[in-house]
Write a protein that binds this ligand. Structure first.
Ligand SMILES: Nc1ncnc2c1ncn2[C@@H]1O[C@H](COP(=O)(O)OP(=O)(O)OP(=O)(O)O)[C@@H](O)[C@H]1O
Ligand SMILES: [Mg+2]
Length: 364
């Protein structure tokens, strides 16, 4: 898949702009604050219907404007699509696919798949569990609408259960009130855990290979899903989840939120059998993050039959020549958008080179 063109109107610091992209490497250079990340943000928005940077959508509208508009033409293996997203100061976001308005975000997900790599993602190893869960959710949601819907449902029930923990905190019957939500929460929760476990198994074996190469065969990387829910099958996970909800009622009541469940899980990262989250050096952290991203992209190809769009925001400057080459190898298989302040390398499959200046895109 690749993005043929992108049109932005009153999006962040872009007043009105249309850009054409090639299927290989597209480089966007420009000074700080020129609008490079904003452009990748617009592409991410097309893929996931949300920004990687903010949950406050109105921030995407240019200051002083009423609405932001993003339109893209997408070439896929078997057909092309047009996606339009309109974000208004008043009212909900509007999405159209091939000119037809769609009501649910789940209809958008999966048309443009993106793998986003920025200095934030480079902190994959040392970031908190919430960042690693976000990685899982973003990646899995794009690959499976079922996962995306289960996640939305889980979060909804979880929010209701947490509200109850606050509003009925002193109610003697709190446990039985909560148990009404627990079955539903365990049902969708078990689906999430099962999908995440399967995904990490595949991810781990692919990331292991990249990391082995990057470390000259010295380091064995292994990823596993970390949770306090036992079991491998859906039924086992469901019962384990249900009993952990009921056994932690007193703790939940004291802390006024749900303390167990997939919203608290993590990815265990081990390097030669040591916990990388605690012990990895900076170089090792970079290699792990890179290997995980490479594995993520490869898995996308395996699972969906098409390579996603690779968005590299300002990461090349943080990588040495060897890691840079390893990353750019991917662009032989996938459309790649690279942002940088200095463009000082010569990739073989360069499609387009643009200079961005104060929200204006110029040919270089
Ligand atoms: N809603 C908005 N309206 C107008 N301008 C905005 C809006 N949101 C952000 N900006 C501006 O967009 C500019 C460019 O931001 P962006 O993050 O894309 O820069 P960048 O080129 O990636 O810079 P860097 O190299 O520092 O990462 C910033 O100056 C910011 O103030
Ligand atoms: Mg930036």
């Amino acid at each position: 898949m690749y993005i043929k063109s992108l049109q932005l109107k009153n999006f962040r610091n872009y007043a009105s702009q249309r850009v054409e992209f090639g299927p290989g490497i597209n480089v966007l250079t420009g000074e700080n604050a020129s609008g490079k990340t904003n452009m990748l943000e617009a592409i991410y928005l097309l893929g996931l219907g949300k920004s990687p940077r903010t949950s406050r959508e109105k921030e995407l509208i240019s200051l002083g404007a009423e609405r932001a508009y993003v339109k893209a033409e997408i070439a896929k293996k078997y057909r092309s699509h047009t996606i339009e997203i309109l974000i208004e100061n008043k009212g909900a976001k509007k999405i159209r696919i091939d000119g037809i308005p769609v009501k649910r975000l789940s209809e958008l997900i999966g048309i443009v798949n993106v793998v986003y790599f920025s200095p934030d993602e480079m902190r994959f190893v040392k970031a908190g569990p919430d960042e690693r869960r976000r990685f899982l959710d973003v990646s899995l949601s794009q690959q499976s609408k079922t996962y995306f819907k289960s996640l939305a449902k889980y979060n909804k029930i979880l929010a209701q259960r947490n509200t109850l923990l606050k509003t009925e905190n002193r109610n003697e019957n709190l446990s039985s009130l909560l148990s009404i939500w627990d079955a539903g929460l365990a049902e969708v929760g078990a689906n999430l855990i099962l999908a995440r476990k399967n995904y990490i198994k595949k991810l781990s074996s692919l990331a292991k290979i990249s990391h082995w190469e990057l470390s000259d065969g010295k380091e064995n990387l292994s990823l596993s899903y970390e949770c306090n829910t036992d079991g491998e099958t859906y039924d086992e996970i469901y019962s384990s989840l249900l009993s952990s909800f009921s056994s932690s009622v007193e703790k939940d009541r004291a802390l006024m939120f749900t303390t167990k469940g997939p919203h608290r899980d993590d990815i265990n990262i081990s390097l030669n059998d040591n916990d990388a989250r605690k012990f990895a050096s900076q170089g090792q952290q970079r290699s792990v993050s890179l290997s995980v991203k490479i594995a993520e992209l490869t898995l996308f190809e395996h699972e969906t039959g098409e390579a996603p769009v690779l968005l590299l925001d300002d990461v090349l400057s943080e990588l040495d020549i060897r890691r840079k080459e390893k990353l750019l190898e991917l662009s032989n298989r996938t459309q790649t958008m690279i942002t940088c302040t200095e463009f000082d390398f010569k990739p073989s499959n360069l499609s387009k080179l643009y200079k961005i200046k104060n929200g204006n895109v110029l040919n270089r």
